[in-house]
Ligand binder design. Structure first.
Ligand code: AMP
Length: 213
């Protein structure tokens, strides 16, 4: 199965994708992670996009679609992809269908994690991610978990774009470009809206229940 985790920045897409990928042996395709890797490895693309991401703008569809094509056409990820952070606009949503169709694949589940702006701010400003296992924590609410994280505290890093200034642009971009994608998907039988403000395990359980029916 292929599934999409949809929602604003900070809605919990990465956190849920991480759990579900492990549980169902799926591949977490986070476009944000792929892009950050390009920056870290100082590739040609990485040099182009560093400023864009750290201003909170969207990377061009051409760059994103090229990166995505490589993953979708990779036989080891076939029919086991969690799309996390993609599609982010209508053009990307249309392109995803084309790419999957031409490879005889489809989307089987879409989960929309709905959260308020207030919660988003709290989550993003406190977010730290383990560079090794990709697990996400909040410095304010997960103090104990942070201290005893199995990979070691030194791998826990705050993202450069997780600050108040950049968040304003990222949220605006979401409202303007990404939210309209909801209309594209919401009438489909496999679209599920989930209260993203619930506890992490509650959300994971809900998603698991739907995936195992
Ligand atoms: P994320 O890790 O999903 O929060 O993404 C971090 C940043 O990467 C975003 O603010 C964008 O600048 C860029 N990005 C990630 N996914 C996409 C996408 N599908 N389209 C355009 N830009 C993206």
């Amino acid at each position: 199965m292929n599934l999409i985790l949809f929602g604003a920045p900070g809605a919990g897409k990465g956190t849920q994708a991480n759990f579900i990928a492990k549980k169902f042996n799926l591949y977490q395709l986070s476009t944000g992670d792929i892009l950050r890797n390009e920056i870290k490895n100082k590739t040609t693309i990485g040099k182009k996009i560093d400023l864009i991401i750290n201003q909170g703008d969207f990377v061009t569809d051409n760059i994103i679609n090229e990166l995505l094509k490589k993953v979708i056409s990779n036989p080891s990820y076939r029919n086991r992809i969690i799309f996390d952070g993609y599609p982010r606009n209508i053009e990307q949503a249309e392109n995803l269908e084309l790419m999957l169709n031409s490879d005889n694949q489809s989307i089987n589940f879409i989960f929309f994690l709905k959260v308020s702006k207030k919660i988003i701010e709290k989550r993003i400003l406190g977010r730290i991610t383990c560079e090794k296992c990709k697990k996400i924590f909040n410095v304010y609410s997960d103090k104990k978990e942070v201290e005893k994280h199995e990979c070691g505290v030194k791998y826990l890093k705050k993202r450069k774009d997780d600050n108040e200034d950049v968040l304003i642009t990222r949220y605006d971009e979401y409202m303007k470009k990404t939210k309209p994608v909801l209309d594209f998907y919401s009438s489909r039988s496999y679209f599920h809206e989930i209260d993203g403000s619930s506890e992490i395990e509650v959300i994971t359980n809900k998603i698991e229940q739907i995936l195992t029916v």
